[in-house]
Design a binder for this molecule. Structure first.
Ligand code: BGC
Length: 746
């Protein structure tokens, strides 16, 4: 009875919440209607137009810029981007307040990994598999950005990417749809905080819709050719997760998908997003992507491009000027209906109301708040912790790490030992020109004043000169341990930064060989925006840390990890190939008719004769200074069945068998043994992060349910099929420790 009472109370409460939310929506809809009733067609079209500010450009700037402030005064602009800082934002909002209807502007910005404080690049953060931490990281970014006048971020990028040649692999969460979906939702929650309307919340934007990450050959902006099944099964889930998390906006993408530019895709924008997913926010084009449909050969001119984009559900034009210059005529020519325009404008105005901008257009413009919100010590602490969690220990064969405090002399060698601003990586906002970011060397010297740190540059990042080798070797010989800091330059990954050769650049690997030849113990730290290829190092260097671009606190975080103040816990969210020829290589592939049983099988598994089948480092890989034992002591479990809404509990004991406290990310994969269409050899379906003291054990229980077994059939309907399944629990996709089988019955 008591239970029933609680149930009714809970139901009544959720009905109340739904009613309040829909009442609020009604109120906003009425306000939108009343503003729209006063708007001319030209003013409506103005709301659908977004310009780059004059400060910074993140794409090719449209010529004939004219006077943007004047255009804003004329009501010809609804949003701007790349205008930062309350002072600057105010100038633009002042102009909007001089327009006839005083409709406030939106201020968009690529807040991709932090605002004033730079956080690790998104791919690095994804290595944490820590969604709460990632949410926290975006909370800091949103708090800082909103204090600087920004109310809209073009983030998160939720594109699945299986190709590390693609420069934008750094902006996403890697190759897995399950992990990618959790992270997408966490980022949306982080940016939008307690909800739009709070002054510390910024609108998030799920991008790039869709399949941009699957550009053929990893070449940025390239075409995508993909079955709808693959699209739905692997590429759309993070977008759906972002939509479900309440993301305010979507951005479409530069690529064409199966012959239609995403910007003109009725299927993606009108049918999937707005109809099937009931998305109430608005869609912005990517930078100039409407105009680029002329280059695609899809539209004859901007007039035609504007018609195609607006019909497809693209509500706002970023920088191509196709809408502002053509929509009025398109309406007059009856090529575009009033209702299409009204739908787009209502979506945009609704967000402006939700953010409270009509009540106070200056609510994000408070210089006092800006001063007191940026670069706070507590926020730097979050950035440092996020950086800790983003580092992946790829290898620690001789337990060389952590370094001992007793070491008298350590040689620091390599082109990135003294990297400071470079630690921020691509897509960082250089807001404070005087920002002093500690390098790895700075941090080590500060933390270990009793140790002598010797330095030698060794070589540049990307040229063929070996002039510095001799000094590097001599320096190494003077030290007890050598730490080499190697990698890419920060502008080698990012937008328009695809590479055909993703080997560690220049002569860096040759330098590593020379230093290893001295016989000194060597630790290599790799900094990069993408998975790189470094096979000799992987085979011959005992300890390797992958440190990506870790942001403002990168130097400190690396120093913490080197000496064990933080025990690394990162796990790769993307497969590291042995060489470019293996790409695309990803863990959740199909079995094929000739699966390989090992690395050397000939005539099996579409392998290459000159390479093993396996990658260099598999999805989910990442070590710790301690060791974890998976004790398979679930005596109650025999092969069993799962039916209806049953749950299958699988337990085991995880024990920290090493000498350090540490965190393991226990991963659960499932395989559907027989299915139509085919299912992958394994798919991540759950994971748990477990922190254990040395010697401590904990019972870990996973619950498998029917939802985890669903997949898209040939008609793109989510289904389950009865039959045999395998559950695999382990430390990485290639390090499975516990297996179970069960049958799903109808
Ligand atoms: C990128 C987007 C970005 C936009 C605005 C484009 O070139 O593809 O991701 O948000 O520029 O800077």
């Amino acid at each position: 009875m008591k239970k029933l009472y609680h149930l009714c109370a809970a139901l009544a409460f959720s009905c109340l919440i739904i009613n309040v939310a829909s009442a609020q929506e009604d109120v906003i809809d009425k306000k939108v209607d009343s503003v729209m009733a006063k708007m001319t067609l030209a003013e409506k079209i103005g709301q659908m137009n977004q310009y780059n500010g004059d400060w910074e450009a993140t794409g090719p700037v449209t010529k004939d810029v004219g006077n943007k402030l004047d255009e804003i005064r004329q009501g010809r602009v609804g949003a701007v981007l790349n205008i930062m800082g309350t002072n600057h934002v105010k100038t633009f909002q002042d102009a909007a307040m001089q327009s006839r209807l005083k409709i406030p502007l939106l201020f968009g910005q690529d807040v991709i990994h932090g605002y004033r404080i730079t956080f690790p690049i998104p791919l690095a953060e994804a290595c944490s598999w820590d969604v709460d931490m990632i949410e926290k990281s975006e909370r800091v970014a949103a708090t800082e950005a909103s204090a600087s006048g920004i109310n809209w971020t073009f983030s998160p990028m939720v594109d699945i990417a299986r190709d590390p040649r693609w420069g934008r692999v750094m902006e996403g969460a890697g190759e897995d749809p399950y992990l990618g979906s959790l992270i997408a939702a966490a980022r949306v929650r982080g940016f939008q905080g307690r909800g739009l309307g709070n002054t510390d919340a910024v609108m998030a934007c799920a991008k790039h819709f869709a399949a941009y990450g699957a550009a053929i050959g990893g070449r940025d902006y390239n075409s995508v050719d993909m079955s709808l099944h693959t699209l739905w099964q692997y590429y759309l889930p993070p977008f759906k997760a972002a939509a479900d998390a309440g993301v305010a906006t979507f951005m479409n993408s530069f690529n064409d998908l199966n012959g239609t530019p995403a910007t003109a895709s009725i299927y993606l924008q009108r049918e999937v997003l707005k109809r099937d997913w009931n998305f109430k926010g608005f869609v912005v084009s990517d930078w100039g992507s409407i105009g680029e449909m002329i280059n695609h050969g899809y539209a004859k001119d901007n007039y035609e491009a504007a018609q195609q984009a607006v019909s497809a559900g693209n509500d706002m034009d970023m920088e191509s000027r196709s809408y502002i210059n053509n929509l009025e005529k398109l309406v007059k020519d009856q090529k575009v209906s009033f209702s299409l325009i009204d739908d787009a404008v209502a979506r945009i105005l609704r967000k402006k109301f939700e953010m409270g901008l009509f009540d106070d257009p200056y609510r994000f413009i408070n210089p006092q708040r800006e001063k007191s919100s940026l670069n706070l010590p507590a926020s730097q602490d979050v950035a440092r912790d996020m950086a800790h969690k983003s580092i992946v220990l790829l290898k620690n064969d001789k337990q060389l790490l952590p370094l001992s405090d007793n070491l008298k002399t350590v040689a620091l060698i390599g082109p990135l030992v003294k990297a400071k601003k470079e630690l921020k990586g691509f897509w960082s906002l250089d807001i404070d020109p005087n920002e002093n970011i500690p390098s790895v060397m700075d941090a080590l010297q500060k933390q270990h004043p009793q140790t002598q740190f010797l330095f030698s540059y060794g070589c540049n990042i990307d040229d063929q000169s070996k002039a510095g080798f001799a000094d590097a070797v001599a320096t190494a010989k003077k030290a007890g341990v050598v730490v080499m800091v190697m990698g890419e330059a920060p502008d080698m990954t990012g937008e328009a930064k695809s590479k055909s050769n993703i080997h560690l650049p220049g002569v860096q690997e040759e330098l590593i060989k020379e230093i290893v030849a001295t016989g000194k113990p060597v630790v290599v730290i790799m900094m990069a925006g993408r998975p790189m290829v470094f096979n000799w190092t992987a085979d011959n260097v005992p300890s390797i840390l992958y440190a990506w671009w870790l942001g403002s606190q990168g130097g400190n975080a690396i120093a913490d990890v080197l000496y064990g103040a933080y025990n690394p816990s990162g796990k790769l969210p993307i497969t590291f190939p042995r060489t470019e020829g293996q790409i695309p290589i990803y863990y959740n592939h199909l079995n094929t008719g000739r699966p390989a049983s090992g690395d050397k099988d000939v005539f099996y598994k579409s392998a290459y004769i000159d390479l093993p089948n396996s990658p260099q480092y598999a999805f989910g890989h990442g070590l710790s200074y301690t060791t974890f034992q998976y004790i398979d002591d679930d005596t109650y479990y025999t092969k069993t069945t799962l039916k209806d809404n049953d749950v299958l509990n699988i337990s085991f004991t995880l024990k920290n068998t090493g000498n350090y406290a540490g965190e393991e990310t226990v991963q659960l994969y499932i395989r559907d043994m027989v299915s139509q269409p085919l299912r992958p050899v394994k798919e991540l379906k759950d994971f748990k992060k477990v922190f254990l003291q040395p010697g401590e054990s904990r019972r870990v229980t996973f619950s498998v349910n029917r939802d985890m077994l669903m997949f898209y059939d040939d008609n793109l309907k989510l289904i389950t099929q009865p039959g045999d399944f395998q559950v695999m629990i382990g430390s990485a996709s290639d390090d499975i420790r516990i297996k179970r089988a069960f049958e799903l019955t109808n």
